[in-house]
Design a binder for this molecule. Structure first.
Ligand code: GBH
Length: 453
């Protein structure tokens, strides 16, 4: 719609919120300080062979001691919001029971420092560092109730200053990768009935947690989830392929976001699960379907899909090929359109009041040159392309209200340890020095203009 020389409007809505994201176990370190209890990731990372190079989160970015420096980085970028997570076992070292004041004091310091810098915290209550002391972890239904107690406690303590709470991060990861594939803590490989039950406890914890936040919050508090919904991109933008992408997204996330947004397990999931379907108690589905104030999405990799009348369900995903473009992590295929379609399909399927991107970003082969610079042009390429698609979503009127870049700085990348760097600040894990990469400058300029650059 442009004549030569007339630039297309690439601006974001006036009140769009720009931020960065991190998570407790990935940045804090100080795992034995001030009464913190062990989490399943301490146990897992200290088990030989589980994490690349035997890396652990024992020190990570040492943000437990360097949070002021981190907040200065945020302030320099000009972000208005910051997504952080709370380590449950700093607050309840045994997962439940007596709270640990020193753990709470740490988060009070961080939150007060953020607010003093003019940055609103968005607090994730669970980003995978489950207290080790909870028997059976997510296999045990009691864990969902322990989570709700902890969530309510945090809302009571923080909601005088924190307006946005996120219950859990990425259902599919802390259930499937942890209890079925076994590459994340606690590293189990359960059969179908077992994993379906774990998934049920995950969505139940979310629902109970959302209710507990509301019950204990003072003032105007919003509650939502950060989910890595698996999104399908119509391979050609025609009505038949769009319908296929929509159906695929609903069906493939049946045990996760679909259950939460619809308050039930859809028939195709129950039929496929058969005798391995989860055991559901009276009232569970209504709890799981608790209406949310916002839905936040972690968007990285797409699956392209085509309408396919030759199969009963009507859609077929297209495989990634060995030469398909990807970033430095083998799973991180580049498909910027997933940014637009993730937002559009979520809106069309479930009509949430408000949407955020709770994570988007990439690993790249970052190295500091002799002058100490990291000119990460690949990351800028990736971000520019994905943000172009998020901008399209806002321009087309979908209720996308903010974006959190993953991540503020390089950190402990779970099973990949410190071998994969996702930060826009380079961290030297020997000296803990943080250095802005070129992508940090790029993001700062984008925020300043509130438009693609
Ligand atoms: C998010 O996970 C997490 O929320 C965040 O903590 C993490 O640091 C960030 O993104 C970057 O990964 O090894 O091929 O079996 C994104 C989901 C979880 C997808 C790990 C890739 C490994 C797949 N990722 N998963 S594989």
């Amino acid at each position: 719609n442009a004549i030569a020389g007339t630039p297309i409007d690439r601006s974001f809505p006036k009140d769009f919120r720009w931020g960065c994201a991190t998570a407790s176990y990935q940045i804090e370190g100080a795992v034995n300080e001030d009464g913190r209890g062990a989490s399943i990731w301490d146990t897992f990372s200290h088990t030989p062979g589980k994490v690349a190079n035997g890396d652990t989160g024992d020190v990570a970015c040492d943000s437990y001691h360097r949070y002021r420096e981190d907040i200065a980085l945020l302030k320099n970028l000009g972000v208005g919001v910051y997504r952080m997570s709370i380590a449950w076992s700093r607050i309840f070292p045994d997962g439940r029971g007596q709270p640990n004041q020193k753990g709470l004091d740490y988060y009070n310091r961080v939150i007060d420092a953020l607010l003093a810098a003019g940055i609103q915290p968005y607090v994730t209550l669970f980003h995978w560092d489950l207290p080790q002391a909870l028997p059976g972890g997510w296999q045990n239904r009691d864990t969902a109730h322990a989570f709700a107690d902890y969530a309510g406690y945090m809302a009571g303590k923080l909601s005088d200053r924190v307006r946005h709470f996120i219950t859990v991060n990425e259902l599919r990861c802390f259930t499937d990768l942890s209890y079925q594939v076994g590459i994340h803590a606690p590293g189990l490989k359960l059969p179908p009935a077992g994993i379906n039950q774990v998934r049920h406890h995950g969505v139940l914890a979310h629902g109970l947690g959302a209710q507990a936040v509301r019950a204990h919050a003072k003032g105007d508090t919003q509650v939502g989830i950060a989910d890595n919904t698996s999104f399908f991109v119509p391979v050609i933008e025609t009505s038949e392929h769009i319908a296929a992408a929509k159906k695929a997204t609903r069906e493939d996330n049946a045990m996760f976001l679909t259950a939460i947004m619809e308050g039930r397990y859809i028939d195709s999931y129950l039929a496929a699960a058969g005798k391995d379907a989860p055991k559901v108690q009276a009232g569970d589905m209504a709890t799981i379907g608790t209406p949310l104030d916002f839905v936040a999405l972690n968007i990285y990799t797409p699956t392209y899909v085509k309408a396919d009348p030759s199969v009963p369900r009507g859609w077929t995903p297209l495989p990634h090929l060995p030469q398909s473009p990807r970033m430095a992590s083998p799973w991180l295929y580049v498909g910027p359109e997933v940014a637009f379609w993730g937002v559009r399909l979520t809106s069309e399927l479930w009509n949430p009041k408000s949407l955020y991107i709770s994570e988007n970003g990439c690993s790249a082969d970052d190295v500091l040159d002799a002058q100490g610079r990291d000119d990460d042009a690949d990351r800028i390429m990736y971000l520019r392309n994905y943000l172009g698609q998020f901008q399209r979503a806002t321009a087309e009127g979908y209720p996308l209200h903010g974006y959190f870049l993953w991540s503020l700085m390089d950190n402990f990348e779970w099973a990949d340890g410190y071998t994969k760097r996702f930060g826009i600040h380079y961290v030297d894990f020997k000296t803990q020095q943080r250095t802005p990469k070129l992508s940090a400058q790029w993001y700062k300029e984008l925020i300043r203009r509130n438009a693609l650059v």
